[in-house]
Design a binder for this molecule. Structure first.
Ligand SMILES: Cc1cc2nc3c(=O)[nH]c(=O)nc-3n(C[C@H](O)[C@H](O)[C@H](O)COP(=O)(O)O)c2cc1C
Length: 187
């Protein structure tokens, strides 16, 4: 089993999404001794933003990097993404990864019946952390919904959200993290 583990919070050891994503990966690897983990720390090693040169295939180094991360995404059986909410959305570094893996002909294609995802059968876990409390269907949620849409669009329909929210409020944080950890234990 190949696991692709992605973090992008800027808060290092104080990050809730990193804590959750790491616990999910630990849980998965404890149950699968053959698991192989690829790790992307997008805060430490950001993937350059898409540029016109990259889009047009005029930057050989970036084209090679793009191929590599697309293949890494396609090859993964499980994707675990630590997703911190920043300004109601995702971190810009995670968005930069999304812009590089969402490529027509690679991870999706358009057909007469509409778009079809090509990223293969896999499961995705979104380890979501957010300072406020939004619940499931908030119009201000451009974080979980956006990431789930990208997974679905690229053909990944089995998406599980493990969420700790209200973590910027001291009265909520510990319980929110404990609840998320309990869900992770049940994976
Ligand atoms: C730059 C920045 C922007 C944030 N924007 C929001 C926001 O729009 N809504 C919210 O509920 N929390 C917001 N927060 C709080 C984070 O979502 C919260 O701290 C969360 O735990 C971040 O994940 P992390 O702990 O993995 O870094 C923001 C935090 C930072 C640092």
């Amino acid at each position: 089993m190949k696991i692709l583990h992605i973090d992008s919070s800027i808060l290092g050891e104080n990050s809730v999404s990193r804590q959750l994503s790491q616990a999910i990966v630990q849980q998965l690897t404890a149950k699968n001794s053959n698991a192989q983990v690829d790790y992307l720390d997008l805060a430490q090693q950001p993937i350059p933003h898409l540029t016109a040169e990259i889009l047009m295939g005029q930057d050989a180094e970036q084209a090679a990097l793009g191929e590599k991360i697309i293949q890494q995404y396609i090859d993964a059986d499980v994707v675990v993404v630590g997703a911190a909410m920043y300004n109601f959305g995702l971190t810009s570094t995670l968005k930069a990864w999304i812009d590089r893996i969402s490529v027509a002909g690679k991870t999706f294609k358009y057909t007469e019946q509409g778009p079809v995802g090509l990223a293969g059968e896999k499961k995705a876990y979104i380890a979501s952390s957010r300072g406020g409390v939004y619940g499931d269907n908030s119009p201000a949620d451009f974080q979980e919904d956006f990431l789930k849409t990208i997974f679905n669009f690229t053909g990944v329909n089995d998406v599980e959200i493990i969420r700790a929210e209200g973590v910027s409020m001291s009265e909520f944080k510990d319980q929110a993290v404990a609840n998320a950890m309990q869900k992770i234990q049940a994976i």
